[in-house]
Ligand binder design. Structure first.
Ligand code: 4G3
Length: 254
């Protein structure tokens, strides 16, 4: 997968993309990340990329010229094609594991990081295919959201995670929150690892983990249960957990 990131601050991406799993993914040529400085495509004397808003008002707007020029360059470099173009902005579609799964199918991706009060609407109109938001809050630029998107996509590329870690075992992959994890020692400062995880009984461990996943989802994110495919066994466990939680609540209110 190749990702071209258009940004006014390419240096911001140096550290996060040059550590650990993202670094290895690039070394293994599973992922290629290019940052392109939008400012390099400004044609005016002071290489500015923003201007005051038409119609007046506070703040600055990122103008169309450098971004359109940037796309001309990308098209030329890639043989006339650019593929999907993602813009990070608070008005975008909420990002999710499901959205990431769809984007991960792409061979190439362009991510545009906006700044100031926004980007000239004609960039959206003519160049952008996907507007994405990583959450309902406003940041100073699209760089941090772009890093979030790239990291999420990278770990979905086959071969990027080690053999022992699997993206398919993670939270959200199957629509439920993940079960708790433990490692050695068996007892630490009086806190114990659940006995069942030391039993060696794989089927019981699987059942315990699934139950924990369902319990966590029920307690923390019940709305997720509407979207997930549940087995007959899951539904039985859920009903039991709901009754258990209800009984606990009644007990507390006494
Ligand atoms: C306004 C994305 C601001 C318009 C970007 C870009 C938050 C997110 C910006 C625009 C951002 C987010 C830059 N802040 N929630 N700031 O994903 O196109």
């Amino acid at each position: 997968m190749r990702i071209d990131i258009l940004t006014l601050f390419p240096e911001m991406f140096q550290s996060p993309f040059n550590h650990s799993i993202l670094k290895r993914a690039q070394e293994k040529k599973l992922l290629q990340i290019n940052t392109i400085n939008i400012r390099d495509f400004s044609r005016n004397k002071h290489h500015t990329v923003d201007d005051t808003p038409c119609g007046g008002g506070a703040g600055m707007v990122m103008g169309p010229e450098p971004l359109f020029e940037c796309f001309d360059f990308l098209k030329e470099k890639n043989g006339g094609q650019v593929g999907r173009v993602v813009m990070m902005c608070p008005q975008g579609e909420p990002f999710s594991q499901a959205y990431a799964k769809e984007l991960a199918k792409e061979e190439n991706l362009v991510i545009v990081c906006g700044h100031y009060e926004g980007i000239d609407e004609r960039v959206r109109e003519a160049l952008v295919t996907d507007e994405i938001s990583i959450g309902d809050y406003v940041l100073t630029g699209g760089e941090l959201p772009a890093m979030v998107v790239v990291d999420t996509l990278a770990r979905m590329i086959p071969g990027v995670l080690g053999e022992t870690a699997s993206a398919e075992e993670d939270s959200f992959y199957h629509g439920l929150l993940e079960h708790p994890h433990y490692t050695k020692p068996r007892v630490y400062r009086g806190y114990e690892v659940p006995e069942i995880l030391l039993s060696g009984h794989h089927e019981n461990i699987r059942k315990w983990r699934r139950r924990q996943s369902l319990l966590r989802t029920l307690e923390r994110r019940p709305e997720l249960l509407q979207e997930v495919e549940l087995t007959k066994e899951d539904k039985k466990v859920l009903l039991e957990l709901q009754q258990l939680l209800q009984a606990l609540k009644l007990e507390k209110n006494k």
